[in-house]
Ligand binder design. Structure first.
Ligand SMILES: Nc1ncnc2c1ncn2[C@@H]1O[C@H](COP(=O)(O)OP(=O)(O)OP(=O)(O)O)[C@@H](O)[C@H]1O
Length: 253
């Protein structure tokens, strides 16, 4: 089911943003500081209510989805996530299963075995098996970012919305996370990432949306949306893409 924004307006932040995102794709949202990327992602996750405009999941306005349904279908990883309780990594990741839990044996809920399998897969996928019993307060910034990503992945939402998920990760863990997110998209999930690294967007996204001043400045395949002319117009830097497709780097003059 598509996730579509229509004429989203948040005064000073978004100005009439209209777009329709498709499942099965990795979409990157890029743009300069203050362009409105986080605001757009929070609206798409249903966490910020726009002053005007609507967000539809399929045919249903997000505002009409019951909270449990919304939590099952939309997974959101904020830019600077705080962890309110000093729980272990394992417990934190298991919290991602909460939307699936409820009265035992209710058909709409997951079984304990399904919950366990999802948590284990998320822990191992984020290379957290050795840290599972560590309290979150004793993790490095990157380890904590991986634990929080694992919590969202454990929830197996239809849509994964992540705000700068690569920001604190070393090269190997960033590559592993982007590979995992691409694989999630290939299984039919919608993956939407706010990214600052234009090369990551160029090399890994199926579609790139460039925001500038709260509006869509470009939207399309990476090679089209991230043309040097557009980069110069939006970021005011003169750049050139080097290397072959899928391994491009941006050389800034
Ligand atoms: N809660 C808020 N209330 C009012 N204005 C806000 C709020 N949060 C952000 N803004 C403003 O809205 C604009 C867009 O902010 P937003 O965080 O969406 O940008 P961004 O593209 O994600 O930026 P960055 O790359 O720096 O993270 C900025 O000018 C910012 O100062």
């Amino acid at each position: 089911m598509s996730l579509a924004a229509s004429a989203l307006t948040l005064p000073g932040r978004l100005h009439g943003v209209t777009l329709s995102l498709e499942p099965g794709q990795l979409t990157a949202i890029v743009g300069p500081n203050g362009a409105g990327k986080s605001s757009l992602l929070a609206c798409l996750a249903g966490l910020v209510t726009p002053a005007h405009g609507t967000v539809l999941l399929g045919e249903t306005p997000l505002a009409q989805l019951p909270p449990r349904q919304r939590a099952r279908r939309l997974g959101y990883l904020p830019q600077s996530p705080e962890v309110a309780w000093d729980v272990t990594v394992e417990t934190l990741v298991a919290l991602g299963r909460l939307p699936w839990q409820g009265a035992p044996l209710h058909r709409a809920h997951a079984t304990p075995a399904q919950d366990h399998a999802a948590v284990e897969a998320a822990l191992s996928g984020m290379d957290l098996a050795d840290l599972r019993r560590r309290p979150v307060s004793r993790l490095s910034g990157g380890e904590r970012a991986r634990a929080l990503a694992a919590r969202v992945l454990a929830g197996a939402p239809e849509w994964l919305l992540a705000d700068e998920p690569l920001a604190n990760l070393d090269l190997a863990h960033a590559a592993a996370l982007i590979a995992r997110l691409k694989a999630e998209a290939r299984t039919g999930r919608g993956v939407v990432l706010v990214l600052h690294d234009l090369a990551a967007a160029m090399n890994h996204a199926d579609r790139v949306i460039v925001l500038a001043g709260g509006q869509v400045a470009a939207d399309g395949a990476p090679e089209q949306a991230l043309s040097p002319a557009l980069i110069e117009r939006v970021w005011q830097v003169s750049g050139e893409w080097l290397g072959e497709a899928g391994r491009r780097t941006l050389s800034i003059a």
